[in-house]
Design a protein around this ligand. Structure first.
Ligand code: ARG
Length: 457
């Protein structure tokens, strides 16, 4: 494809280090689509004859059909998907194939193909996240009244509802989706027609190719167009943040599935056994989601470090942009699907959650709040009185509401028997009906809002 200037061919090591076809063949659909848009434009603008444009477009369809049926052949001498396709086109239609690359370079070609691929990946990711969101909201509605301990520092803090806890993840995923959506808007410009770096002297119509490929407009600067990989980095950064959320959810499942917690029974379909310990059911899928998040973050780091310090415009380093993006998209897709299955099919052990919520003096804040409200005691003083009550209960190994009224009035005379109503875990969660709070009413309200948002997707 470029041999004219050379007396000798590339060495074996040059061929090997240069070949991107083993991975960039994943771009074949985008490469065919972009070439078809390009040649239709060349025909419309009178840069190639109508006859050649049709022959090339038909030939590209035949190449696509071959790829579909037999896969993309991997010949290192042809370097990449762009040369592989053009070479096959020439075999099929003859010299007219050589007109396809008029007013185009592999630099704008690969920038275009890769944008199209990343745009598809963003759309697929969003569809996966929408399904995960629906699963979270469905389980949240089912468990709007289920009481569990809420933690800070992984120490029992206050009772919360399981529905509220699940909706916290819905919010994270909602932000992830908006990050992908932002990135999609920003990247949806067509680099095609930027040619090698400086644009072209041929009278091309970049609006036409942009439109044909569903881009909002052509990019504004040809140098930027062939050197920009922000869209891939945006994808990887959004993917990293999303993976980090999935990892936190996975981690909660791992903890909850452990025997001392026993909050959840993992679906058999997303667990594995042990080859030596017959009783084991391990949360491997959750652990792998946690692990994959590290790899996804590594992919983002890899591409940022590759791009750092590259002078304008294209440098071959940029060929290394694809493996981390392909890897991250694959790992993220698997992670989203695994977590969707886990959320949808896990059995929440509401009895165990409820028991655990009763432990650890989770309603101590409610006692302090009661003192503030009923006896008009400043919160700091109420905090101190409550701390004394907790210390007494702990020394006897009993719960707060197992202290007698005499015990309590001995600590502070302003306490009366109405306090017991405030000390149950039900009263505790029901009281927290501030906007976004854990009360079942609030959870149902947030579920309704989430459902409405998901319907408008
Ligand atoms: N395969 C290359 C890539 O993925 C595109 C080719 C650009 N090559 C070049 N010599 N300018 O980045």
């Amino acid at each position: 494809m470029w041999g004219g200037r050379f007396a000798e061919g590339p060495s074996a090591i040059m061929r090997e280090i240069n070949a991107s076809i083993p991975f960039d063949k994943a771009l074949w659909r985008q490469d065919i689509a972009a070439s078809k848009a390009h040649v239709a434009m060349l025909g419309a603008c009178g840069i190639v004859s109508g006859e050649d444009a049709v022959a090339i477009a038909d030939g590209l369809d035949r190449v696509a059909a071959e790829y579909e049926a037999n896969g993309v052949p991997e010949n290192w001498d042809l370097e990449d998907i762009h040369m592989t396709t053009e070479n096959r086109l020439a075999e099929l239609i003859g010299p007219a194939a050589g007109r396809l690359h008029t007013a185009r370079s592999r630099n704008d070609q690969v920038a275009t193909d890769f944008r199209l691929w990343v745009r598809d990946a963003m759309d697929q990711t969003d569809a996966g996240l929408a399904a995960l969101s629906r699963a979270l909201v469905a389980r949240a509605e089912e468990h709007a009244d289920t009481i569990m301990p809420g933690f800070t520092h992984l120490q029992t803090a206050q009772p919360v509802t399981l529905g509220h806890h699940l909706l916290a993840y819905y919010e994270m995923i909602r932000r992830d989706r908006s990050r992908f959506a932002d990135a999609r808007v920003r990247m949806n410009e067509s680099p095609l027609g930027s040619a090698a770096l400086a644009g072209t002297g041929f009278p091309i119509d970049r609006e036409m190719t942009a439109q044909a490929l569903d881009f909002a407009r052509p990019t504004a600067n040809s140098l930027d167009s062939v050197s920009d990989r922000d869209f891939a980095i945006d994808f990887l950064q959004a993917a990293s943040q999303c993976a980090l959320h999935l990892s936190r959810l996975a981690e909660e499942f791992v903890i909850w599935a452990s025997q001392p917690f026993g909050f959840v029974r993992m679906p058999d379909t997303l667990s594995t056994g042990s080859s030596i310990m017959p009783q084991k059911k391990n949360p491997d899928a959750a652990e792998l989601v946690r692990g994959h998040s590290g790899r996804i973050l590594g992919c983002a780091t890899a591409l940022m470090v590759t791009m750092k310090g590259l002078p304008l415009a294209y440098s071959k380093d940029m060929q290394d942009d694809k493996p981390p993006v392909f890897e991250a998209a694959n790992l993220l897709g698997l992670s989203i699907a695994a977590m969707t299955g886990m959320v949808a099919d896990a059995t929440f052990r509401t009895d165990r959650m409820r028991q655990a919520a009763e432990l650890g003096y989770a309603t101590a804040t409610d006692l302090a709040d009661w003192l503030v409200r009923q006896a008009d005691i400043p919160f700091r003083e109420a905090h101190h009185i409550t701390g004394t009550a907790v210390r007494l209960a702990e020394s006897r190994g009993i719960a707060l509401d197992e202290l007698t009224l005499d015990d309590l009035t001995a600590i502070d005379a302003r306490i009366d028997d109405r306090v017991y109503a405030a000390l149950s875990v039900e009263a505790s969660v029901a009281a927290r009906r501030s906007h976004g709070g854990t009360a079942p009413d609030q959870v149902r309200k947030q579920v309704a809002l989430a459902r409405a948002a998901l319907e408008n997707d």
